[in-house]
Design a protein around this ligand. Structure first.
Ligand code: DX5
Ligand code: ZN
Length: 223
């Protein structure tokens, strides 16, 4: 299945002191989805924000809130993230022993379910849960921080995941080091959702966000 390419700015790179305004600004600047990076200082070596923060900024945009949980365990918090207004909840395959159960729990909460794989995790882990997911999030950096360099070996993994998915209506999202330079590489391989933090929020104004988003979108369209 071929989807149009969508841009999902990661609010990890926004100014947390005015987070709701930053979300309004990227929304007006052309963001398709709002990507929320939740980190626990345990699964990844950084701490960001949790469900209460998402709930408090949810009203700043009507767009899809794409919530990327880099937390372990995730299961005890899924209901909170659903109630906070998440539209898509993505868990890491590495974050718990019962991926199938986590995905069932997300769908039982009425949300779209995603699974994320770290750069070193083989794509085979999704083979038996393909019917339970709406999205595969392939990390193109090791999760934990914005502003890292894209890991090119994941391009081949995007291709393999695309083949595994076949005709199923599952998005392939990439996250980390996405810029106008790297976007065409992953889109050509099959990615249709591009998360970008530093490449979108650089400049710090709505006008620069619009320029940055359209640069990534144009580059992706050349793929
Ligand atoms: C990394 C996060 C990413 C990150 C991307 O752990 O999941 O969403 O914010 O940031 P950039 O685009 O700056 O690499
Ligand atoms: Zn992310």
């Amino acid at each position: 299945m071929t989807h149009p390419v969508l841009i999902a700015p990661s609010i990890l790179s926004a100014d947390f002191g005015k987070l709701a305004d930053e979300i309004r600004a990227v929304d007006a600047a052309g963001a398709d989805w709002i990507h929320c990076d939740v980190m626990d200082g345990h699964f990844v070596p950084n701490i960001t924000f949790g469900a209460p923060v998402i709930k408090s900024v949810r009203g700043a945009s009507k767009k899809i809130f794409d919530v990327h949980l880099m937390i372990a365990p995730a299961d005890p918090y899924l209901a909170d993230f659903a109630a906070a207004g998440s539209d898509i909840i993505t868990v890491h395959a590495e974050a718990g022993p019962h991926l199938d159960r986590s995905l069932q729990a997300i769908r039982a909460l009425g949300k779209k379910a995603g699974v994320s794989l770290n750069p070193s995790t083989p794509e085979g882990v999704i083979e038996h849960i393909l019917d339970r997911i709406d999205l595969v999030l392939l990390m193109t950096v090791n999760p934990g921080f914005g502003g890292q360099s894209f890991i090119p070996s994941v391009i081949e993994k995007v291709r393999r995941v695309k083949a595994l998915i076949g005709a199923r209506p599952i998005h392939i999202e990439v996250d980390g080091g996405i810029t106008p330079e790297t976007a065409p590489l992953v889109v050509k391989a099959g990615a249709d959702i591009l998360v970008a933090g530093s490449a979108v929020f650089k400049g710090g104004t709505q006008q620069s966000y619009a320029t940055n988003i359209s640069a990534i979108r144009k580059a992706a369209e050349t793929a």
